[in-house]
Design a binder for this molecule. Sequence first.
Ligand code: Z5A
Length: 228
Amino acid sequence: MDGKDPDPGGVPVSGLFVVLEGGEGAGKSTQIALLSGWLEALGVDHLVTREPGGTAVGEAIRSVVLGRTDLDMPPETELFLILGARAAFVRDVVRPAMAAGRVVLADRFALSTMAYQGYGRGLDLHEVRKAVAFATGGLEPDLYVVLDVPVEEGRSRQSHAGMSADRIESAGDGFMAKVREGYLALAEVEPNVRVLEARGTPEEVHRRIRDCLIREFPNRFPADAGGV
Ligand code: Z5A
């Protein structure tokens, strides 16, 4: 998968786009912080970002699509708001960072749209895929890491942390179960998706993700870079 061989000077010729995915309470934010610390220690130039958001217009859209629990929104409206944010995210955040040879670590991207708006909301998967491709101009991450946790465990982590449900999480456990099934089904067919067990301590999960990155991108992360 890592087609980005170092140039003769040993410098990677382009960036790397890695996305953490998963249902509610899967631990993505926790793991992105740990990964960022690891990359920092390795001296790897990287950018941490999230979706929907990551740009001024994306954060404004996020406040509507997640924050406005009072709004009754058709699934198609939800889809196009999220994709509106994504177009700016790709143009203004991901592409420039990739062109500068940086590692982009994102909390969610297009796989979320397939899982939540496709499998969760029930929108036609083929249409969602086409709309996503239009918004991204066809940009695909190098790797999606899906952190898989049973719905009840994710929900219990959230409630222990006192986090309130956003507009989409408010759809309930039946919806989240469909989202989880969606991620697992997508992982069967998409070549750039890996599913990792997200139960265990944050440090155990971090080690699994590091090992996965070292396996997938041996030119970027040497085997002695703290994993495997
Ligand atoms: N959405 C969409 O529908 N379509 C799209 O295309 C996109 C997004 C891009 C984004 O919400 C919402 O947008 C999301 C999908 C939708 N709504 N839902 N669901 P967000 O960004 O605000 O939140 P989130 O992505 O759902 O993340 P989260 O649920 O808030 O959590 P997380 O980042 O995965 O987990 P965390 O914050 O790291 O951890 C949660 C708690 O668990 C916290 O107290 C931790 O200390 C604890 N934790 C973490 N790891 C562990 C372990 N290993 N053991 C025990 N406890 C742990």
